[in-house]
Design a protein around this ligand. Structure first.
Ligand code: UDP
Ligand code: UDP
Length: 266
């Protein structure tokens, strides 16, 4: 913030934006199910209208543009782990569709602007990411469990906790974005970015309890509709082309995130 060359602007990308830039990282869109389902129409607009505006901007100023896509394009996958060549298994009319289909349509727009207008695009499919500076009310599983454990509240496992996710520490993810942005122009993705270490949600709850030393008890709540059963990235492409793979283990990342929340919740 104190850097005189840093400028922050508050802007809704559903409206046109005229700025002069060299590179665009389009991460706009809530990513937590409770937040993107709060105003689902706006979620689709942000992904679709927002992508159109950012692509229009990139086209006008000839900027390189990276899209934060998502593992949700695979829906509830029937192929495991998920390679980029898998087309996915997405419900087009469910509660998660505003996010999943919005992000899928954004990928289409990116590839069509690339084919039609020769834009320099980069499409990254991000798998579950966590770390310090998440909002305590973010609503996703890692921050929920940590906040619950630190406050001595019940740990809310949805379903029986056998569903899996693969959690990537934020610093690893950012390094992946930058390496991808800096890679040759002919490498446009889509490329999976995530940590391939897969855990069940119950295992995650147990780890959080163990590291925090919390007395919280695990309680089981109903599984939300269309909740994906398993998720694990195949990161062969990222490893081979951009020489990237995550370095921070779940244990190490959880310790850093817990330390952050201990400070915040004081
Ligand atoms: N756009 C923008 N900033 C720019 C250039 C374009 O927000 O610097 C928006 C513009 O409002 C347009 C959208 O991006 O609706 C798509 O732009 P494009 O040039 O592809 O389409 P066109 O303007 O020809 O409809
Ligand atoms: N989940 C849970 N308890 C919570 C929040 C989430 O058991 O308090 C589960 C959720 O049902 C899902 C997984 O944890 O199976 C990951 O959920 P999250 O919302 O973090 O991200 P998703 O990958 O589902 O978008």
């Amino acid at each position: 913030m104190s850097n005189p060359y840093f400028e922050v602007m508050r802007h809704d990308i559903c409206f046109p934006l005229y700025v002069e830039v060299d590179e665009i990282y389009n991460l706009a869109c809530p990513a937590s199910p409770i937040h993107y389902q709060f105003d689902p129409v706006q979620t689709t607009k942000t992904s679709v209208h927002g992508a159109i505006n950012m692509l229009g901007l990139a086209k006008r100023v000839k900027a390189k543009i990276l899209q934060a896509s998502t593992s949700e394009v695979y829906g509830d996958p029937t192929v495991h782990p998920q390679p980029e060549t898998y087309w996915g298994n997405v419900n087009p009319v469910g509660l998660r569709s505003c996010y999943d289909e919005g992000k899928r349509c954004a990928e289409t727009l990116f590839f069509d602007y690339h084919r039609q207008h020769k834009l320099k695009i980069k499409v990254a499919r991000i798998f579950n990411t966590y770390g310090p500076r998440m909002h305590p009310n973010d609503g996703r599983v890692v921050s929920n469990f940590i906040v619950q454990a630190l406050k001595g509240e019940e740990i809310t496992v949805y379903g029986d906790g056998s569903q899996t996710r693969s959690f990537c520490y934020v610093d690893d993810m950012i390094e992946g974005f930058i390496k991808f942005m800096d890679s040759p122009d002919d490498f446009i993705g889509p490329v999976n970015l995530g940590n391939p270490a897969e855990f069940s949600i119950l295992q995650l709850a147990e780890k959080v309890i163990e590291i925090t030393g919390s007395k919280s008890k695990i309680v089981f709540k109903p599984l939300p509709p269309d909740d994906p059963t398993q998720r694990q990235p195949d990161i062969t492409l990222a490893k081979n082309v951009i020489k990237w793979e995550p370095k921070v283990s779940l244990l190490e990342g959880l310790k850093k995130t817990i330390a952050y929340f201990e400070e915040t919740l004081k």
